[in-house]
Design a protein around this ligand. Structure first.
Ligand SMILES: C=C(O[C@H]1C=CC=C(C(=O)O)[C@@H]1O)C(=O)O
Length: 334
């Protein structure tokens, strides 16, 4: 199935109610959602490993030591600045209090999307033909029984910065930005739940990237679905998307600011990917994303901006996020 929002919702609602396992993708603009029944997926077109739920046909033996090219060609700071300033102007005018601004970065690499998928070490991975590969660290929604939880990620720091963990946890600006996202997710979950609480607040994940590590700060917000939920995963997604951590707050005006400031199509980047195994539902935010645009690979990345943000460090953050999660690869040519 590859169809409009209403067909997508109907399919997911029906499959969810009847316990039919499926895999799905929703793009950022929610215009090109896709869903497949698990037993109908063609692994020559779609490969996924979503927290261990996967369709990788057989153990793949890849070289542990690979030489490869991975050159980033990021936007210049001078070209980034007007976009950043446009966002800050809106923040100062009170049109938003947190905006996630992203940019595309062309890549020169001799790796194929398929090789990147197979070599990546990330909890959530997806390969759609020769169109895109995503290796995401961010859970969006997990549902077990009536319990639903979301795990917004906000806060990124290079682990080599002295005292990085304390620095990010004690930074008042970072703390305020994280609180905003947690509030937004609490509000979003309240639209679909009868009870909502914060289970874990500002825990740290370490992401191993070639030659360095990134620390990412997340929280777990949980709730209870109503008794009559009845597996309506399509309706649930349509109420919760786009994910708060990749747009900002409040959502409607912030989406408008993003469209104006970014001036490019995010496509499936910052959408969600996920599965239902007949019992449990799990999804991830499609960040750490490489797209094939007419044989030019483009890495899309971004970060949350508030009125206090510093342009230079936001610029650096989105470049730091352009990486391949290949901890076992020992040599890279730049
Ligand atoms: C849109 C992105 O940033 C979001 C996701 C993870 C961490 C974020 C941050 O630290 O600001 C952003 O919320 C991205 O990483 O491409």
């Amino acid at each position: 199935m590859d169809d409009t929002g209403s067909n997508f919702r109907k399919c997911l609602n029906t499959w969810g109610k009847n316990g039919v396992p499926f895999v799905f993708l929703v793009d950022y603009a929610m215009e090109r959602p896709m869903a497949w029944k698990l037993d109908e997926i063609d692994s020559s077109e779609v490969l996924f490993d979503l927290n261990g739920f996967h369709n990788i046909p057989q153990p793949v033996h890849l070289l542990k030591q690979v030489d490869f090219i991975f050159d980033k060609r990021p936007i210049t700071f001078e070209a980034y600045l007007p976009r950043f300033e446009r966002v800050v102007k809106n923040l100062k005018a009170g049109n938003s209090f947190l905006v996630n601004l992203s940019v595309p970065t062309p890549l020169d690499t001799d790796l194929s999307l398929n090789e990147i998928f197979l070599l990546s070490d990330a909890p959530y991975r997806f390969l759609l033909g020769n169109k895109f590969v995503c290796f995401s660290p961010e859970i969006f929604i997990r549902i077990n029984g009536k319990r639903i939880a979301s795990f917004p990620m906000k806060g990124t720091i290079d682990a080599s910065v002295p005292d990085a963990e304390n620095r990010i946890l004690n930074d008042p600006k970072e703390a305020a930005e994280h609180a905003t996202i947690v509030d937004l997710i609490r509000n979003d979950l309240s639209m679909v739940c009868r009870k909502v609480w914060v289970e874990r607040y500002r825990y740290i994940d370490t992401i191993q990237v070639y030659k360095k590590k990134l620390l990412q700060v997340s929280s777990e917000v949980a709730g209870l679905l109503p008794e009559d939920f009845d597996g309506k995963y399509g309706d649930l997604l349509w109420k919760l998307l786009p994910a708060g951590s990749i747009c900002g707050a409040p959502k409607p005006s912030t989406l408008h600011i993003i469209r104006e400031a970014e001036g490019y199509d995010r496509g499936y980047y910052t959408g969600v990917m996920g599965y239902f195994d007949g019992k449990n539902f799990e999804s991830a935010v499609m960040i750490r994303f490489i797209e094939n645009q007419a044989d030019q690979l483009v890495f899309k990345s971004g970060g949350g901006i508030t009125a206090q943000s510093n342009a230079q460090s936001e610029y650096q953050e989105l470049i730091d996020k352009v990486y391949l999660p290949f901890p076992h690869v020992t040599k890279v040519m730049h």
